[in-house]
Design a protein around this ligand. Structure first.
Ligand SMILES: Cc1cc2nc3c(=O)[nH]c(=O)nc-3n(C[C@H](O)[C@H](O)[C@H](O)COP(=O)(O)OP(=O)(O)OC[C@H]3O[C@@H](n4cnc5c(N)ncnc54)[C@H](O)[C@@H]3O)c2cc1C
Length: 266
């Protein structure tokens, strides 16, 4: 069975700045990392490969500029067997739908993996739309917020998913998309050998022609949404600072505050 893990390159969120004129993220000079939820997805794929003898190959896919190949190399260092980069100037300006379409084309070109593992969301765009849209475009079910996989065969998958008030066990036939949330797996540090192997690995690059994309469904042309305005979120609310430089006094003040405001609404 072929397994795909969709990995996204994201800027470190604590360093995000927004261009006030264009309303877009300033990516220049900002360190890029592998989206942490995608890293959980990779860990899940690797642990499934170890547990079930039916997985022959894990392929990491990303759509992005040429530099996004770095997240594919990191994915290979973390256990993926190969990396596929969907990259073409014509993909730029893609919204979630056009991104999902382009990734779906890449999955088809690379032989339609039976299990597609995504992060539950990207920490920059944060929409959590792409996995559901891939499931819609490719006509396969999506199992969201997966914590654990109880059973995996060539035909079906049984998972435990996390919802607001607890967990639920879900089963579906394959092919299927799953999304992985926090706490699913233990993150690992790749060995030096794994990192060296990753940097020597060949990355498959698919442009719009190789991926078999329709011109009208990619990039800005294929994007039904437009970003009208984007602003950083500021935390609001009353804030009282206990800045007396004395830990014990500050602690006592916070304790008294919490005791006085200790009702269910607070
Ligand atoms: C009108 C418009 C124009 C845009 N133009 C640009 C642009 O020019 N350049 C740009 O960088 N962004 C652009 N974006 C943002 C871009 O569309 C989103 O970053 C992208 O669709 C993914 O959405 P998200 O970050 O919310 O991912 P989510 O849906 O939150 O991601 C969930 C999971 O889906 C998978 N996934 C998501 N995106 C990718 C990817 N690219 N590769 C592999 N896996 C992925 C990952 O597994 C991820 O964990 C634009 C958005 C809009 C609305």
């Amino acid at each position: 069975m072929k397994v795909a893990v969709l990995v996204k390159q994201v800027p470190r969120t604590d360093k995000i700045k927004i261009d006030k004129e264009s309303g877009t993220l300033i990516r220049k000079g900002v360190e890029s990392i592998l989206n942490p939820y995608c890293e959980y997805g990779l860990d899940l794929a690797v642990s499934l490969k170890k547990k079930y003898g039916i997985i022959e190959e894990i392929t990491a896919f990303t759509m992005g500029p040429p530099g996004a190949e770095l997240v594919l190399r990191r994915s290979i260092a973390l256990g993926a067997d190969k990396g596929v980069l969907l990259s073409d100037k014509a993909f730029s300006g893609a919204d979630c739908w056009a991104t999902a379409y382009t990734l779906s084309c890449g999955l088809k070109t690379m032989g339609n993996p039976k299990l597609i593992i995504c992060g539950k969301q990207a920490i920059d765009g944060d929409t959590a739309q792409v996995p559901g849209e891939i499931s819609e475009i490719s006509g396969m079910p999506v199992l969201p917020y997966v914590l654990d996989i109880l059973e995996l065969t060539e035909e079906k998958i049984v998972v435990v998913s996390e919802f607001e008030n607890g967990t639920v066990t879900l089963e579906t036939s394959l092919p299927a998309v799953v999304t992985v949330g926090s706490g699913s797996n233990i993150r690992r540090i790749p060995s030096v050998n794994d990192v060296l192997k990753a940097y020597e690995s060949e990355i498959v690059v698919l442009d719009k022609t190789k991926a078999g994309c329709n011109d009208t469904d990619i990039g800005l042309k294929g994007s039904p949404t437009r970003v009208v305005k984007i602003e950083p979120a500021f935390s609001k609310g009353d804030c009282e600072m206990f800045d007396d430089g004395n830990f014990n006094e500050g602690f006592e003040k916070i304790k008294v505050f919490l005791m006085e405001n200790n009702d269910e609404e607070n």
